[in-house]
Ligand binder design. Structure first.
Ligand code: NAP
Length: 278
């Protein structure tokens, strides 16, 4: 039976540390503040916004929402970003993506407020192995959770399924920074099951429900399932067939209750770092 890598423990430990940091900042007259930028009312965005606001409250971070209507013009969006960039009381901005005109709008965000790593400057810092920018929160949450659970990364073989700029590629860079030996798989990868079985650490961020099953896992592995899918009965499922993988591997994240809960804590950590001057 596998060890369950639950996100709640890591999120709670991080939240307690962050609350103390936020109190210290407030004592110096700084109210750490996150601005969430949302266009329209997509269910997924509203759910993430609720989770982020709840975590901010627990951490002592103020959260504000700039909500713009569907059909917002490019000019109005860029103006909203400009206003957030120029507002000294806002330390971090979380755009709920994809936004309309996504690449252009994200690139307009001030890098020092880019707490979810969406700007070219943040990406360049991550790929250069520098601490100057912020990594995307979900990618960092994978590594934060593994570290919290005492999973060794240095010298181990890691496979990341998915090469998006939001999760797969940054997760690979963060694992590399931890001295893992990293392979990135994608939809054109040949013999994905064999590649997965070679890995000591398997991060699955393909956005395909149940992609990873018994043929992809072996004893001793650690599996992090980043996927989130809502089944017709309303329950949440991952990219990994948990019932097939869990009896085989050494450790696995549940869905829900794995990476997701750590993501919002990492977001608050980034806001506090931005509020402290980076
Ligand atoms: P994405 O942009 O759709 O990227 C998916 C990646 O998976 C792509 O690189 C794609 O390859 C690869 N892929 C798709 N099918 C594959 C297959 N059959 N075999 C191997 N690789 C395959 O998705 P994303 O934004 O990275 O999100 C991934 C998942 O994470 C989604 O389920 C999303 O809901 C979830 N998510 C979770 C959190 C959290 O906090 N837990 C946060 C955000 C997102 P190609 O590049 O070749 O197309």
């Amino acid at each position: 039976m596998a060890e369950l890598l639950k996100g709640a423990g890591a999120a709670k430990a991080l939240t307690e540390t962050l609350r103390a940091e936020a109190e210290a900042l407030r004592a110096r007259g700084v109210t750490p503040t996150l601005a969430i930028l949302r266009v329209g009312e997509r269910d997924g965005d509203l759910a993430y916004e609720r989770a982020a606001r709840k975590r901010c409250e627990q951490c002592g971070v103020e959260a504000r929402v700039t909500a713009l209507p569907d059909g917002v013009t490019r000019e109005a969006l860029l103006q909203a970003i400009g206003a957030l960039n120029g507002d000294p009381s806002v330390h971090g901005v979380l755009p709920l993506r994809p936004l309309p005109f996504d690449a252009e709008v994200c690139a307009a965000l001030a890098p020092e407020k880019d707490v979810d790593g969406v700007t070219p400057a943040s990406m360049a810092a991550l790929y250069a192995g520098s601490d100057a920018g912020f990594a995307p929160c979900t990618a960092e949450a994978c590594v934060t959770l593994l570290r919290h659970c005492g999973i060794a990364l240095a010298g181990r073989r890691a496979a990341v399924i998915g090469r998006s700029l939001v999760i797969g590629k940054p997760a690979a860079m963060l694992l590399l920074r931890e001295n893992a030996t990293v392979t990135v798989a994608h939809s054109k990868t040949a013999d994905l099951p064999a590649l997965c079985r070679e890995a000591d650490i398997l991060i699955v961020a393909a956005g395909k429900e149940g992609l990873v099953g018994a043929d992809c896992v072996r004893p001793g592995q650690v599996v992090v399932d980043v996927g989130i899918h809502t089944a017709p009965d309303g329950t949440l499922r991952g990219d990994v067939r948990f019932d097939e993988a869990e009896p085989v591997v050494a450790a696995i994240t549940p869905v829900p209750g794995g990476v997701g809960s750590v993501t919002t804590a990492v977001l608050c950590a980034h806001v506090l770092r931005a509020a402290s001057g980076g």
